[in-house]
Design a binder for this molecule. Structure first.
Ligand SMILES: Cc1cc2nc3c(=O)[nH]c(=O)nc-3n(C[C@H](O)[C@H](O)[C@H](O)COP(=O)(O)OP(=O)(O)OC[C@H]3O[C@@H](n4cnc5c(N)ncnc54)[C@H](O)[C@@H]3O)c2cc1C
Length: 385
């Protein structure tokens, strides 16, 4: 019988970081991932670490722990995460008042600096000053998302963890106590299972009758090969329409739309952004849709046209870069920064998903989760659905 202390479902950044931290505590951990090609949110992410985005004591502390952690993480994991500090340039549309937009950022513990278009173009020469009324500048962390994920997985394996490419098809229970998981290949047993399945967490838990408020967007973006042109900062819009739609999609009237597997709740929200990785490749994004069927494949041609036009307005030299459109699901939780804890409906079942700024919050919370699991299970937050 294949028995483990903990089974983790999903090997994006949440599952990989959590598996590593649990193994480091001496636990016998199995990590299961269905997709060897990693067409997931982690692979297609910008990799920004928003350590400025804490709003209360707890989130501020997590941000600070996260920043410190990244400074040492490559050394700890024995592989380069490509962590660096860079400028986050949040562009403000020409028809919006820069001062009014800046007010929205007063809730964060690090406040942005408001720049005129000309000042912004000195810091980021690829910006088109005529396309913006101003820019908010923030200190930001940056990692290579897939390399960081790989680094966690390699360190997890070296610490004695087990990692299999298998799809979890069913969660196994005896009455209301979890006993393990069934995959497309075998059964594995454990008294503790954590769902880290990103955009698929919602349907995995729905299959056992839980209506969990972790939903997902369909996101499309363009990845380019290595190029000579140089983007110095991470550029994103100061108004994140996606966060508004994520909040709305959790409202009670809209929640019921998730019961139908083919509803299109919100279509084509474009947020022009760009990052260049240290190897010279770019990620240009992103267009988001909320369609309740996770297996829908949104139209690639349409996405490519919109992303190129909108990124091109703000960063004209990036409009026609050679590149390919990709699609992934991005988990979100409408009313909090993340859902982390034990699911009280079933003994032994846990959730670690729905992060707003995953790269800042997931690594320090994975450490805390491992402490709760080994030293203070009573302190682990309880979730009831
Ligand atoms: C264009 C873009 C830019 C972004 N930029 C940022 C940013 O700058 N900063 C930031 O913090 N966040 C950013 N994000 C969001 C961030 O990438 C995600 O929130 C994060 O990667 C989610 O990690 P995850 O582990 O929850 O999910 P995922 O990375 O999606 O991983 C979940 C994994 O679970 C697996 N899985 C699902 N079901 C099963 C099953 N039944 N059995 C086995 N395996 C299963 C999936 O195959 C997948 O590999 C961005 C996202 C996009 C698309």
């Amino acid at each position: 019988m294949k028995k483990f202390d903990w089974i983790i479902v999903g090997a994006g950044i949440t599952g990989s970081a959590l598996s590593y931290e649990l193994t480091k505590k001496g636990l016998k951990v199995l990590l299961l991932e269905k997709d060897p090609n990693y067409s997931n949110a982690t692979r297609y992410s910008y990799g920004g670490v928003a350590y400025w985005s804490g709003t209360d004591n707890n989130s501020i502390q997590l941000c600070q722990e996260s920043r410190e952690n990244y400074h040492n993480l490559s050394q700890e994991l024995g592989a380069d995460t490509e962590f660096r500090e860079l400028d986050l340039m949040l562009t403000i549309p020409v028809d919006k008042s820069p001062q009014a937009i800046r007010e929205n950022y007063n809730k964060f513990f690090i406040k942005p600096q408001l720049l005129t278009p000309q000042e912004a173009a000195i810091i980021e020469p690829l910006l088109n000053p005529n396309a913006i009324s101003g820019c908010l500048q923030l200190p930001h962390g940056h990692i290579h998302p897939q390399k960081t994920n790989d680094a966690y997985q390699q360190a997890f394996l070296r610490s004695g963890g087990t990692f299999n490419y298998e799809e979890v098809t069913q969660l196994l229970f005896q009455n209301t106590t979890i006993t393990g998981v069934q995959t497309n290949k075998e059964k594995y047993f454990s008294e503790n299972v954590v769902i880290c399945a990103g955009g698929l967490s919602h349907s995995l838990l729905r299959n056992i009758g839980l209506n969990v408020n972790v939903y997902f967007t369909h996101s499309q973006l363009i990845l380019t090969p290595k190029l000579d042109i140089k983007l110095k900062s991470l550029v994103m819009p100061a108004i994140l329409n996606r966060l508004d739609i994520e909040e709305k999609s959790g409202e009670s009237g809209i929640q019921s739309l998730w019961n139908n597997p083919n509803n299109e709740i919100i279509s084509d929200v474009m947020e022009p952004g760009a990052i260049q990785f240290l190897d010279g490749s770019f990620c240009l994004g992103q267009i988001s849709q909320i369609i309740t069927n996770p297996h829908t494949k949104p139209n690639e041609e349409n996405a490519e046209k919109i992303i190129r036009e909108e990124v091109g307005r703000i960063l004209p030299q990036l409009q026609n870069l050679h590149g390919k459109v990709h699609h992934c699901l991005v988990a979100f939780c409408p009313d909090s920064n993340f859902l982390v804890g034990k699911i009280d409906n079933f003994q032994g079942l846990h959730l670690f998903s729905g992060f707003t700024s995953t790269f800042v919050f997931a690594p320090p919370l994975a450490k805390r989760f491992a402490v709760w699991a080994t030293e203070d299970y009573e302190q682990m937050p309880s979730l009831l659905f």
